[in-house]
Design a protein around this ligand. Structure first.
Ligand code: NAD
Length: 329
């Protein structure tokens, strides 16, 4: 498992540091992990004058999977657009031909009170939103549809395809293609929903969904909406995959400059990104489950960083949360 570690900016090094400790634990047990470290985003601009420099490109192409922290920060906001940190992220996705973005939205029962919805509506929520990252050609819709159906097969065999086929021509093609590909997956129950209705259903009755597949812009908006159901963005991982399951794994949140360097950030989203890496790039369901079960145990024990603590609850720092996670995994 050749894994490239890109801590990025802001809280990136702190949260990625905790995830690396989990990888080191696996490695010490004999899991064949080879780690390398590199720079992306503002950190890469500071060192090499570019957010996705040649040296990182070579490292990224050689890796089987990449763990990224997050990029960006106010000190980079005045840079020319072409060398801003986000261009590093767009650059690496394009370079590695990552076309499928997988974003789970789940709410651990222990955290049900931190969601903005009523606990009974969201407790135990577990949905997966799959978003196309590159375009609208027929072949691209086919490719992402397969990812959607295959993911549904590994879960509860329910796929909801979201479009706007009543208004948009691209969506008419989308719906035709998804329906056609669905014939190859007779076990999966396929439904279609207009995006405006999907946005409404996500806050009305989110547990009706299992896997959602949709295009780039709808997916961008719906996955952010879904992430708020889960209480804190400090809890949610993501994966961007190419056609052979090489992937870039990262928490969905940004670099949180307001708390960077203060040992306050929640490392759970980053550690859960590792679980996705073990599952999707390395087919190591056993290791993925050890991580996910470990997170659940740590939450059940009452450990809380500031973002997931309720008023009056004791708060621990990034490092102490890392200690608990490493022990529980
Ligand atoms: P953000 O996600 O960084 O922060 C939003 C709020 O959530 C902040 O109050 C922050 O403290 C909190 N937060 C985020 N992650 C947390 C964690 N792990 N633990 C505890 N609290 C956490 O979004 P923003 O403030 O809009 O953006 C800050 C910077 O991050 C900007 O430069 C932006 O461009 C960049 N950004 C990067 C990515 C990425 O790397 N994929 C994504 C979004 C934003």
């Amino acid at each position: 498992m050749k894994i490239l570690i890109l801590p990025g900016d802001g809280i990136g090094p702190e949260i990625v540091g905790q995830a690396v400790r989990v990888l080191e634990k696996f490695k010490a047990e004999g899991v064949p992990i080879e780690l390398s470290h590199g720079l992306l985003g503002g950190a890469a601009h500071d060192a090499h004058g570019h957010p996705y420099p040649e040296v990182t490109q070579q490292q990224a192409r050689a890796a089987d999977a990449i763990l990224l922290g997050c990029v960006g920060g106010p000190q980079y906001d005045t840079l020319p657009r072409a060398v801003r940190p986000e261009q590093g992220l767009l650059g690496i996705r394009k370079d590695l031909k990552l076309f499928a973005n997988l974003r789970p939205a789940m709410l651990y029962p222990e955290l049900a009170a931190s969601s903005s919805l009523k606990p009974e509506v969201v407790a135990g929520l577990d949905i997966m939103i799959i978003r196309e990252l590159t375009g609208y050609a027929k072949s691209e819709v086919e490719r992402i549809a397969h990812v959607g159906f295959r993911t549904a097969m590994k879960r509860n065999k329910k796929l909801c395809s979201v479009d706007k086929a009543n208004v948009l021509d691209t969506s008419i093609l989308w719906r035709e293609v998804v329906t056609e590909i669905g014939k190859q997956y007779p076990e999966v129950q396929l439904s279609h929903m207009y995006v405006d209705n999907a946005a409404m259903q996500l806050v009305r009755a989110p547990k009706q969904f299992d896997v959602i597949v949709t295009g780039n812009i709808f997916g961008d908006i719906l996955s952010d909406e879904a992430s708020m159901l889960a209480g804190s963005i400090g809890m949610l991982p993501s994966a961007s995959l190419d056609a052979s399951n090489k992937g870039l794994y990262e928490p969905i949140h940004g670099s949180a400059p307001d708390i960077a360097g203060q040992n306050k950030a929640n490392p759970i989203a980053t550690v859960l990104s590792l679980a996705m890496m073990m599952r999707y790039s390395f087919s190591r369901e056993d290791l993925a489950q050890r991580i996910e079960t470990g997170v659940r145990k740590v939450l059940a024990s009452g450990a809380r960083t500031g973002d997931i603590a309720l008023p009056g609850e004791a708060v621990i720092g990034t490092k102490a949360m890392g200690d608990a996670l490493v022990a529980a995994v």
